[in-house]
Design a protein around this ligand. Structure first.
Ligand SMILES: [Fe+2]
Ligand SMILES: [Fe+2]
Length: 409
């Protein structure tokens, strides 16, 4: 099975378990034997990456969940959307205003990608960090597009089922059109294009700059041509409104905000926190998701959207090598849908990094289920914040009625 290793844990002679991709192309194929030169070049290109390496010891012992397809779908969607986002940013920077023709071309790509995602359903959304990007906005917009579409599809399916139940109709067509969500997710931050110099500013923003940032939802909506679906503009205008009414620009409470904007509020916060910026280093998705769900910041997000989102992104990917508080190492082999912070793991390596006996390493256990199974860190990120009271909080089943109310408040 694959094991995810940081670059400083990788040694020459190890073999890649999956294709190693950068933004647009394959750097090395699966099965490639890593050399000293590869390690040096990766350290330069993607210093924080974790790389999927074949682990022959665990291969012989464990039946693991294969998420290769999840990675493929995620990468392909985000790559195409990054191209579109990059083209739009360049045009806007060159002073070209977006006209109906630009937007029609963009909507065509959006529709193709929605189709692709629909016909290639994924178990989980993975946003891997082995790719280096030209531009933060490109990476961010394509991530928000992908995550929002997965959340939107899930909610759409719940609503369709609830409508069918209520109407006694066998099949309800088009319960919810998520096209405006997809377009808005891709374009949500175009109002930041004129302000993109702020992303590379290391010092804190001045009050004047902050005020400009607070206006980016309005500025972005105004940059779109008149002909665009008015709902797209509405979503972009309110993608920073918080559920408790503390957001900007209008401090609207959740029930006054379009459901699609509430989805982007969640995917945007997550995507922004897990990507590097000049002024702020990326935080690990597990820490970010835990904070969004269980800390006071959760008041910013629609609780049902948040729950759907937490069912789609996994804190720890398959193959994650977790350092336990016992000093031993556990490897994630399967997800736990109800308790995402408690995936199924095997304790594969001892305190010295040597393989445990097959009798120990071959037993699948639940992370957090006993005092010797508490995670300390992963890939150099401190995970102790996950050890608070709500660490093992369970995500209860979603009630389709919640979704229905959410869509028609
Ligand atoms: Fe934004
Ligand atoms: Fe954003």
């Amino acid at each position: 099975m694959p094991i995810l290793l940081k670059l400083d844990e990788i040694e020459p002679g190890m073999k890649l378990a999956a294709n190693l991709m950068n933004q647009y192309s394959m750097l090395r194929p699966a099965g490639h034997c890593i050399t000293d030169r590869d390690i040096a070049s990766l350290k330069r290109l993607v210093p924080d990456a974790v790389i999927s390496i074949k682990d022959p010891f665990l291969d012989a012992l464990i039946d693991f969940h294969d998420d290769t397809k999840d990675y493929e779908v995620s990468r392909r969607s985000r790559q195409s959307m990054a191209k579109v986002a990059g083209k739009i940013s360049t045009q806007l920077r060159d002073g070209v205003t977006l006209d109906a023709k630009n937007v029609a071309g963009l909507q065509q790509t959006v529709a193709e990608m929605m189709d692709y995602i629909l016909t290639n359903p994924v178990t989980n959304a993975v946003i891997e960090r082995t790719m280096s990007w030209d531009d933060y906005l490109q990476e961010h917009s394509s991530n928000v597009f992908y995550l929002s579409l997965l959340v939107g599809n899930t909610i759409k399916n719940y609503i369709k089922a609830e409508r069918e139940r209520l109407s006694a109709a066998k099949v309800v067509k088009n319960a919810m059109d998520i096209n405006p969500l997809a377009t808005a997710a891709l374009l949500h931050d175009i109002g930041m294009v004129p302000l993109s110099y702020l992303y590379s500013k290391a010092e804190p923003l001045t009050e004047e700059e902050l005020e400009k940032v607070r206006q980016h939802p309005m500025v972005g909506a105004d940059m779109l041509p008149e002909l665009i679906d008015p709902m797209v503009k509405l979503i972009i205008k309110s993608h920073h409104e918080n559920n408790d009414g503390t957001g900007y620009p209008n401090r609207l409470p959740g029930d006054k905000v379009n459901i699609f904007a509430r989805i982007i509020r969640v995917t945007d916060a997550y995507s922004s926190a897990v990507c590097d910026k000049i002024y702020k280093k990326a935080r690990h998705p597990a820490v970010v998701l835990h904070e969004m769900l269980y800390s006071p910041v959760s008041r910013c997000y629609d609780p049902v959207v948040l729950k759907v989102f937490a069912g789609i992104v996994q804190p720890f990917p398959i193959g994650a090598k977790l350092l336990l508080t016992s000093g031993k190492w556990a490897v994630v082999v399967r997800y736990n849908d109800k308790k995402p912070f408690n995936p199924k793991v095997v304790v594969a390596y001892d305190e010295f990094g040597d393989p445990e006996s097959p009798q120990v390493a071959g037993v699948v256990r639940e992370l957090g289920s006993s005092p010797d199974l508490i995670v300390q860190s992963y890939a150099g990120y401190d995970m102790t914040s996950l050890q608070n009271d709500s660490y093992d909080a369970e995500l209860t089943d979603l009630d389709p009625k919640d979704m229905f109310d959410l869509h028609y408040p």
